[in-house]
Write a protein that binds this ligand. Structure first.
Ligand code: B12
Length: 488
């Protein structure tokens, strides 16, 4: 039996992508705080576990905490419905990056959800659990950061202050997760790794991303000692051979990243690691230090090759900064992965073509280069505000109401999230653009499977070859899966 059941719903269409599944650190952090306070908790990740009905019957929880991003929202609602059907007295809470921005919509449309948690969840869930376990639901009005129904009205309590000192949190309770079911592989080298987060918040506020609003613009950081203690524990307990830093940008604060590198070297930790870098925080000297401390791959969100588009989306970087970042990475032996987007607010196909030109130029400079993907509308983003202002969301659209846009599958995109389709860059333009850019970016790939074989042959280690082969198979699987899904 467990007092609290924390649940990650399935992510539709991603079931076969076990390689991408990483432990849900948010719920693991919440679980750790509950455990520390003597509250029994179980975490169920329905992406890798089955039999929710049996789990409910076995655990008989009093409180259910569901997490997840927008893609899994309908699955989250099903979990809520199943829980209430099992026992209508269970209190069902929903939090995370989707719930935070849709409390009114969710509570109005999903009767099985009693409470929506907004933002950072550790202390919100702790207070909620205490109220539920003490049968004091009258205390809900005192819990900051929640929205709930009261006498038929939706009440939004005031926001919770951010956690100032992240070191006061216990490490995420990975022991509550079935860790060997997650195949967290390091990119390119394929070694088994584990994700870690060293900071929260983002002061930038790019219009396509909700992280700045989810966490607030205030950037909080764990101390290097605290992070290194967690890394040592992961090496001891889980035999990890690599680290994926999942911070929005690991290099945002120069002192933070430098002291992390110093601490890794001082403690003699020689593990390969990867992280996300903003182009305006890059410097050759910093990269040299990161490389020395084990970093082998940096991810860079460049998003657009057009200067005015970059300004419009408030990315606060220039194409020149991005190019220098890639140059410095190459000079210092770091591999690079680049993300690009198209269909950004106000963007024309002509402007988007600058991104394709940029990508073409990067083909032999960047190690992992995805083709630009169309912009999706996520709640809490500037893109969502823009779409609402310009009436670009489907008529009567509400996040909690059925939404399944089959057309998205033609672009290999999930049907559950609306794409940003604008009059000057509409869906037909997208189809044409995709065709044009595939021709422009992958001419050899398209005509010659032998080319793929030659890349495979050029890999240096068995792990590299296996990782690349995996990628090709996944790509083929997804293409096939997308078209099968589309035919249903
Ligand atoms: C690392 C990361 C990933 C990783 C792994 C994510 C994972 N295992 O959880 C990878 C690369 C796999 C990934 C994939 C995707 N991601 Co991502 N990701 C992130 C990132 C950078 C950090 C997430 C994280 O681990 N945070 C740290 C933990 C501690 O936070 P948390 O899980 O949110 O939990 C805290 C609170 O939300 C809250 N909370 C959580 N659950 C609950 C429950 C209750 C009841 C309560 C009260 C509170 C609560 O308390 C927790 C602790 O404080 C965020 C941006 C950001 N900085 O947050 C984007 C972000 C979450 N991702 C995002 C997206 C869009 C995606 C993708 C859909 C991208 C894509 N197109 O493929 C996929 C699919 C994700 C999925 N499974 O559905 C969006 C989500 C937007 C949305 N509304 O859905 C974000 C916000 C970035 C953005 N673009 O705006 N992602």
């Amino acid at each position: 039996m467990s007092d609290v059941l924390c649940v990650i719903p399935k992510v539709p269409g991603r079931a076969g992508q076990y390689h991408q599944l990483t432990p849900p650190l948010g719920l693991a952090w919440i679980g750790a705080v509950l455990e520390r306070e003597g509250i029994s908790v179980r975490i169920v990740d329905l992406q890798i576990e089955e039999g929710f009905a049996q789990i409910l019957a076995h655990e008989k929880p009093r409180l259910i905490c569901i997490s997840g991003a927008s893609e899994s929202r309908f699955e989250a609602f099903c979990v809520a419905a199943q829980s209430k059907k099992f026992d209508s007295n269970i209190v069902v809470a929903y939090g995370g990056p989707h719930a935070t921005f849709t409390p009114g919509d969710t509570l109005a449309n999903v009767q099985e959800i009693d409470v929506v948690g907004r933002g950072e969840g550790e202390y919100t869930v702790l207070e909620l659990a205490r109220a539920v376990l003490d049968d004091r639901l009258d205390m809900l009005s005192h819990i900051k950061g929640i929205s709930y129904r009261k006498n038929g009205h939706i009440v939004h309590n005031e926001a919770r202050e951010r956690i100032r000192n992240l070191d006061e949190l216990p490490f995420p309770a990975r022991h509550l997760l079935n860790m060997n079911r997650y195949k967290t592989k390091m990119e390119i080298i394929g070694a088994p790794g584990e994700s870690i987060i060293t900071s929260r918040g983002c002061p930038i506020g790019c219009t396509f991303c909700s992280a700045s609003h989810l966490w607030g613009r205030w950037y909080t950081m764990r101390s290097p000692e605290n992070v290194l203690d967690e890394i040592e524990l992961l090496i001891d307990q889980y035999k990890i051979q690599g680290i994926k830093f999942f911070d929005s940008t690991l290099t945002l604060n120069r002192k933070h990243i430098e002291s992390l590198c110093d601490a890794m070297m001082e403690r003699g930790i020689h593990l390969p690691w990867e992280c996300e870098v903003r182009a305006d925080t890059a410097e050759e000297e910093l990269f040299r230090k990161m490389r020395k401390a084990g970093c082998y791959l940096i991810d860079i969100g460049i998003e657009s090759g057009n200067a005015s588009v970059l300004k419009r989306i408030k990315k606060k970087i220039t194409v020149e900064q991005a190019l220098s970042t890639i140059k410095w990475a190459r000079n210092t032996g770091l591999k690079t992965k680049v993300f690009l987007l198209y269909g950004l607010p106000g963007e024309t196909p002509r402007e988007a073509w600058d991104t394709v030109e940029l990508a073409r130029g990067l083909r032999d400079k960047v190690d992992i280069l995805y083709k630009p993907s169309p912009v999706k509308i996520y709640p809490g983003t500037g893109v969502e505000c823009y779409a609402r202002e310009k009436n670009l969301l489907p008529k009567g659209f509400e996040w909690s109401r059925k939404f399944h846009e089959r057309k998205n599958l033609e672009l290999n995109q999930t049907p559950l999230i609306p794409l940003l389709i604008q009059p000057q860059f509409d869906f037909d333009d997208f189809l044409q653009f995709e065709k044009g850019m595939t021709n422009a970016m992958y001419p050899v790939y398209r005509i010659s499977p032998g080319y793929l074989f030659s890349i495979l042959k050029s890999t240096k280690t068995k792990d590299e070859a296996v990782a690349l082969a995996n990628k090709v198979v996944r790509k083929l699987w997804w293409t096939l899966h997308g078209s099968l899904w589309g035919r249903k």
